[in-house]
Design a binder for this molecule. Structure first.
Ligand code: HEC
Ligand code: HEC
Ligand code: HEC
Ligand code: HEC
Ligand code: HEC
Ligand code: HEC
Ligand code: HEC
Ligand code: HEC
Length: 370
């Protein structure tokens, strides 16, 4: 709740700058409390994890995804509630719905955030926008605040939703049978709504300079390309599962915590916070300082201290093992031992407040052994 409010206050400030702030009177229904909206079938209001900012705000940084969304049926689910067929459906569903566009039940799948207190809806937010970005990804106030203001310790990561979320709405409904639609087929439907993952691209396929990372002394030319930890899983599933559960897999996200923001940033403050500080990334990430060409498509900067941070970039090993070639050292580019650990696990002034016990290899290895 607290972080939501903070995120919201900031998102509101951001909105004021970025969009032509609509007057409250113009969009009266978006600034009204659920109880004042004149809705039927309304359940008690819920408190969201963060504030709803509206699609126009997401658009500021995810233009391609927005354009794609605009062309989908999801952008028109709300207006569909005013059609003749909607009234027929409403009658089949519940006898007492005179106006489907005023039914909280219909709007639960055809609209967004009708059931949250008005304070959690931003100035640019529109209930009538239908199945918006935030309907699938969750409310974005914290996400926007964290991306906009580097001093905030908010981990505003939004989920990339799975099939489950589609099926919360795309489920068989007797009232909808008259539409004669085919049963929901995830693969085919997803292809229709899939949008470019701009953000991910930016992170993993850009040159260090274009990534907005500060304090990268020089771009490294690695002895092989980084393939990403997931590529190792094909042949080392047990090692991968072990790593996924370790702190190393979350080391990048650790840089988005309040604690990280409260530390002295080596080199000075950076736009984008610790996750954009090359000094922090040198121990909390893999391959942030190599040319984009040395990162293969499955690579994820956000995977933190990945397999290849300790074992070296793996394209050569991967290729050799796929081709069953017997090459020296299996084509691996780096030998991992206790020295590897000590390069990162050493006393640091900035980390004193964590009060982590002194590094003890046998004990530490036991925790991550694979
Ligand atoms: C100020 C720019 C900005 C705005 C506004 C913004 N995003 Fe993002 N978003 C980013 C960046 C940058 C990333 C890339 C990952 C990172 O660095 O956190 C990202 C990543 C994401 C991701 C991938 C998961 C993650 O959190 O890393 C999703 C999903 C997402 N954004 C959805 C949204 C939605 C929905 C909205 C509107 C509520 C929105 N974004 C608004 C900048 C923004
Ligand atoms: C559980 C989620 C859910 C609820 C609740 C819901 N709908 Fe739907 N509605 C859908 C989905 C999903 C579709 C897309 C077609 C399909 O897959 O059945 C749809 C399609 C429609 C369409 C067809 C739009 C077009 O393309 O012509 C209308 C009209 C409609 N719904 C009206 C209503 C009305 C009226 C209510 C309230 C009585 C309602 N819906 C409640 C999920 C829902
Ligand atoms: C109907 C649900 C739905 C809507 C609406 C929707 N998305 Fe998505 N989005 C998804 C799914 C599903 C994925 C793929 C997740 C995956 O591959 O793991 C995704 C992926 C993304 C990603 C990449 C996430 C990652 O982890 O790399 C971003 C960024 C994103 N969406 C932004 C947006 C924005 C901005 C909007 C609004 C303009 C939007 N989405 C609307 C369902 C939706
Ligand atoms: C909040 C409820 C909701 C969620 C979540 C949702 N949808 Fe929908 N979707 C709808 C409604 C309502 C319609 C009907 C729009 C219309 O026809 O007017 C629809 C329509 C569609 C359509 C167009 C109808 C058609 O058959 O051509 C596709 C495709 C679709 N959704 C795919 C998805 C996918 C894929 C996901 C998950 C990533 C998803 N939807 C998540 C409510 C939802
Ligand atoms: C195509 C299958 C395959 C993939 C993908 C793969 N490996 Fe291997 N790896 C092997 C095989 C086979 C060996 C030989 C030793 C054995 O049988 O365990 C091996 C051995 C190793 C060893 C031990 C070397 C030694 O000297 O004993 C390490 C470390 C290793 N791999 C790391 C990785 C990493 C990191 C990745 C991802 C970048 C990866 N592997 C991807 C097949 C694969
Ligand atoms: C020399 C390597 C190194 C550098 C540089 C580094 N870290 Fe760390 N960091 C670690 C290690 C190792 C840990 C694990 C705890 C420990 O042993 O101290 C850690 C732990 C943390 C944690 C605690 C994570 C948790 O979930 O408890 C935070 C937060 C953090 N670092 C932030 C930062 C920030 C911010 C920077 C940049 C100013 C930074 N680190 C730079 C190696 C480093
Ligand atoms: C934090 C550093 C680190 C990370 C991250 C890491 N490893 Fe290792 N790995 C080691 C060390 C050190 C050894 C050698 C342990 C020994 O022989 O005592 C090792 C050993 C191995 C071995 C050889 C095991 C054997 O039986 O000889 C394989 C295979 C391996 N790692 C694969 C992986 C894969 C796959 C990942 C990612 C999912 C990964 N490692 C992530 C440090 C790491
Ligand atoms: C590239 C830098 C780096 C290397 C190399 C590295 N670590 Fe870490 N390690 C970290 C960071 C950063 C964290 C903290 C991640 C977080 O919590 O956000 C961490 C956390 C841990 C933790 C969890 C904290 C705890 O004390 O419970 C263990 C255990 C650990 N590392 C063991 C090892 C071992 C063993 C090795 C060598 C085989 C190793 N690490 C090599 C950076 C590194």
């Amino acid at each position: 709740m607290t972080s939501g409010c903070r995120g919201w206050a900031l998102a509101a400030a951001v909105l004021g700058v970025m969009t032509h702030s609509p007057s409250a009177a113009q969009y009266y229904e978006d600034v009204m409390e659920p109880a004042q909206l004149g809705l039927t079938e309304l359940r008690p209001a819920r408190t969201p994890s963060s504030a709803y900012v509206g699609n126009d705000v997401c658009r500021q940084c995810h233009e391609a995804a927005y354009q794609k969304w605009l062309g989908t049926a999801h952008a028109r689910t709300s207006v569909q509630l005013r059609t003749q067929i909607a009234h027929a459906i409403a009658k089949a569903e519940t006898a007492n719905v005179a106006d489907p566009s005023r039914s909280a039940k219909c709007l639960g799948c055809h609209g967004v955030a009708v059931d949250v207190p008005a304070a959690w809806r931003g100035p640019g937010f529109r209930i009538a926008e239908g199945v918006t970005c935030e309907r699938c990804h969750g409310p974005g106030g914290d996400h926007v605040a964290a991306r906009e203001d580097s001093t905030r310790g908010i981990n505003g990561t939004l989920e990339g939703p799975s099939e489950t979320i589609c099926r919360t709405c795309h489920q068989p409904k007797p009232s909808h049978e008259r539409l004669g639609r085919k049963p929901f087929d995830y693969a085919g439907s997803y292809a229709k709504v899939a949008h470019p993952k701009t953000a991910e691209k930016a992170e993993d396929e850009l040159e260090p300079a274009a990534l907005g990372i500060w304090y990268v002394d020089s771009v490294i030319a690695p002895p092989a390309s980084y393939v990403g930890s997931a590529a190792c899983a094909h042949c080392h599933q047990a090692a991968y599962d072990r790593w996924r559960q370790s702190a190393h897999a979350g080391a990048f996200y650790g840089l988005r915590t309040e604690t990280a923001y409260s530390m002295d940033l080596a080199g000075g403050p950076t736009i984008g916070g610790p996750a954009r500080n090359g000094v922090c990334l040198s121990c909390h990430a893999t391959g942030h300082d190599v040319a984009a060409a040395a990162r293969q498509p499955g690579f994820r900067l956000r995977d933190g201290v990945g397999c290849e941070k300790c074992h070296g970039p793996g394209s050569g090993h991967l290729q050799a093992m796929q081709e069953h070639r017997n090459v020296p050292g299996h084509g691996l580019t780096q030998a991992a031992d206790d020295g590897t650990c000590q390069a990162c696990h050493r006393p640091q002034r900035t980390h004193q407040k964590l009060e982590a016990p002194a590094f003890d290899y046998p004990v530490a290895w036991e925790k991550i052994a694979h």
